[in-house]
Write a protein that binds this ligand. Structure first.
Ligand SMILES: [Zn+2]
Ligand SMILES: [Zn+2]
Length: 379
């Protein structure tokens, strides 16, 4: 019996690992009318609806796609080859890649490509193995020059995020390549990033019900992370308050901003629907040693996230000092403060493992292989 279960499990692992691809919407922020694909590595078969075109296999081969309404016209080596609702380029090996450009950015990508048009804008869906995608995300989101353990943290987080957030199903893909989802910049060429992804292959963060968690992160928490209800309306599990001493000397640990007292009072009046005279004779000073949700003056409370948004502040973790006609804000950290503190994680990675870091910033979670998660979910 045990043997049968083991065989079933191994079969499932093989099946899922084989099929695990994501569909990524490329050039999402630019919405180009025209995209060019240049030959890079390997042979690509090129086809559409009922038609097969020439194989893309020479160094000089290129295809230009131009959107017109809900159709796309393709030009193969400068010759028109047809107008269709979609075109597809399919790789014949995992190493294949094409260089794509929309005139603003030019990058090599691996995997398969589907090209179509929505309202005169080219849509390109890149079908890519999840770990190749994760490598491209780390390149886009974390940058270069960190410890291997830190890249492993980012690998587990990005992989989990990709499975948790699939925000573009209605547009025909899973995630876009922009900050709206995760910044994805195509093929990664750094060996420590690929090592981190390979050494954490399949690993994701799940809660006790085996759901992929919403792996939120930010640049610097200023010494305290915060729960999601302080930032948005809903309290999400697995991201409790953490006292973080690792990020205190990092580059985004402190900030300062000055605003005029008249602007400050007008804003408070508008937020609370009180006359400005209500605030004119009140003490406007405010201390935040621990993170708070509201700024309080008299019996009025204003959400700190609203103040952050209005004055484009780096964080909600600030104290207020009234100095003459000025309001001086002395702040800590950068970002919403929920989940992983990246600068804290970077410092921690010099002395701690990626597992320690993940379990420090996320609570009641397990690091698990995707195949295992999917297998246990069957019962
Ligand atoms: Zn998106
Ligand atoms: Zn921190």
């Amino acid at each position: 019996m045990k043997k049968i279960i083991l065989i079933q499990f191994l079969l499932l692992v093989a099946l899922y690992s084989e099929a695990r691809e994501l569909r990524i919407g490329l050039f999402y922020a630019n919405s180009p009318k025209r995209v060019t694909m240049n030959y890079n590595v390997g042979r690509y078969t090129f086809f559409s609806e009922n038609k097969s075109y020439k194989t893309l296999s020479n160094k000089t081969d290129k295809i230009v796609f131009i959107a017109e309404g809900d159709k796309v016209t393709a030009y193969y080596n400068n010759k028109t080859i047809g107008t269709n609702t979609w075109f597809r380029l399919e790789k014949n090996s995992e190493q294949n890649s094409l260089t794509l450009t929309d005139g603003k950015t030019t990058r090599p990508y691996q995997g398969n490509f589907v090209v179509y048009s929505i309202k005169g804008k080219i849509k390109i869906v890149n079908e890519i193995a999840i770990d190749k995608y994760v490598e491209g995300v780390i390149k886009g989101e974390a940058g270069y020059g960190y410890e291997l353990e830190y890249y492993k943290v980012q690998a587990v987080i990005s992989r989990t995020y990709a499975l948790h957030h699939q925000k573009h199903k209605y547009e025909g893909f899973d995630l876009c390549d922009h900050t709206h989802c995760q910044v994805y910049k195509g093929i990664n060429d750094r060996s420590n990033i690929s090592d981190a992804v390979n050494q954490t292959a399949e690993e994701v963060l799940v809660d006790s019900s085996l759901n992929y968690i919403n792996t939120l992160f930010h640049s610097n928490c200023g010494g305290n992370t915060v729960t999601t209800d302080f930032v948005w309306s809903k309290r999400l599990p697995c991201m409790e308050r953490v006292k973080d001493t690792f990020c205190l000397n990092s580059s985004q640990a402190k900030w300062k901003k000055t605003v005029s007292k008249s602007s400050w009072i007008s804003f408070l009046a508008a937020e609370t629907k009180k006359p400005t005279s209500y605030f004119s004779d009140k003490k406007l000073n405010f201390e935040q040693t621990e993170r708070k949700e509201f700024y309080s003056v008299g019996n009025q409370n204003v959400r700190l996230v609203n103040i952050r948004q209005k004055y484009r502040l780096k964080s909600t973790y600030f104290s207020v000092y009234e100095i003459g006609n000025q309001i001086v804000l002395i702040g800590r950290g950068y970002g919403h403060g929920v989940g992983l503190c990246q600068e804290g994680g970077i410092v921690m990675s010099k002395t701690h493992s990626y597992r320690d870091i993940l379990y420090f910033y996320y609570q009641d979670v397990s690091i698990m292989n995707i195949s295992k998660v999917e297998y246990y979910r069957l019962f």
